[in-house]
Design a protein around this ligand. Structure first.
Ligand code: SF4
Length: 332
């Protein structure tokens, strides 16, 4: 069995609207190893959620469309599967946790029945057995099983997100996609939910894609990090590589935007400007308008992919002439 649980190659996803074509994902390549967590980091509009929905094959069509590329999950070519097969895979092989637990749960069905429903869809068990498993799942996420007959409004935000996690894990998926799972929660509850996700990842031995804009969350939970900007991965590496040997100017900007608790007089350094118009991406580097290191070549040529190790690469013209680094793949 391959170590690679998820392999996305050259994925291009567009939204075709009355105002033009939005290039949401623009030649994306990522891999997730079995049992590992990849942090997918970037600001709003970078294409993170579109990537997640592409893996789930839930891109709303129209206006969205996977134009080209490949997505392989646990050896299956996801883009070749029909809807019937995809329904079996969703929730069973791959599950997703959405940002807002308030809207992810059905308000008129008890939490126990919502978990049991997910179990009955994918496993050949009756109502009684599914309800028993639902209670067990509640216990696993830290909610007493005897609360399974309660409705979502009887739970706090953090508890609701625990219920959503219980639903997502109820069929023991191989890959969990968590899209900003703690953003809608209070800070103290965020830490609890992150701890829970970390322990469940080990318990269920699953791979995870954690979508976030928060590098603190990444440092807590992830093994590998992919920095996404304007639909592409601009830097990727192990957690240690990206956190200790920052290469891409955008990654540097993300780190500079984090407040320094030891130096409260130091001013925050936000990344200036806004992300490129997705209807009209620049010819060269998409970060060019905001980059302090921009050179004339950045305006006209797509940056090459430069590898610093087998796991750490960056897409940036800054490193193209450095002999120490291998230039692989060119401009994809
Ligand atoms: Fe900055 Fe040029 Fe690198 Fe883009 S390619 S990040 S503009 S230096």
């Amino acid at each position: 069995m391959s170590d690679k649980l998820l392999k996305i190659e050259d994925l291009v996803v567009q939204y075709i609207t009355d105002d033009g074509i939005v290039e949401a994902v623009n030649g994306l390549n990522i891999t997730v190893d079995r049992g590992k967590t990849l942090g997918l980091v970037g600001e709003t509009g970078a294409g993170k959620t579109t990537t997640a929905l592409s893996i789930m094959r839930l891109i709303p069509h129209p206006p969205g469309k996977i134009i080209s590329g490949g997505i392989e999950l646990d050896g299956m070519d996801l883009l070749a599967l029909n809807e019937q097969r995809l329904e079996k895979i969703r929730g069973d092989v791959v599950s997703m946790i959405f940002q807002d637990p308030m809207t992810a749960l059905n308000p008129v069905i008890t939490v126990g029945d919502q978990i049991a429903e997910a179990i009955m869809i994918h496993q050949k068990v009756g109502q009684a057995q599914a309800s028993q498993k639902a209670r067990e799942m509640l216990e696993i996420v830290g909610i007493p099983g005897n609360r399974s007959n309660e409705y979502p409004h009887q739970f706090s935000g953090g508890m609701k997100q625990r219920v959503v996690i219980a639903i997502a894990l109820s069929c023991n998926p191989k890959l969990l996609i968590a899209d900003e799972p703690t953003t809608a929660l209070d800070v103290t509850i965020q830490a609890q939910v992150l701890e829970l996700m970390k322990s469940l990842k080990v318990k269920f031995q699953m791979g995870m894609v954690l979508i976030t804009h928060d590098l603190g969350v990444v440092a807590e939970v992830c093994d590998d990090v992919a920095i996404m900007y304007a639909g592409r991965i601009v830097e990727q590496g192990t957690l240690e590589e990206v956190f200790t040997e920052v290469k891409h100017p955008y990654t540097e900007g993300l780190f500079n935007s984090i407040p320094n608790i030891d130096d409260r007089k130091e001013k925050l350094k936000p990344i200036r400007g806004l992300m490129s118009d997705p209807y009209n991406l620049p010819k060269g580097c998409s970060f060019c308008d905001r980059c302090d290191y921009a050179m004339p070549v950045c305006e006209t040529e797509k940056p090459p992919k430069i590898y610093f190790s087998d796991t750490h690469f960056v897409e940036c013209h800054l490193y193209r002439d450095q002999q120490d680094f291998k230039l692989k793949g060119g401009m994809k």
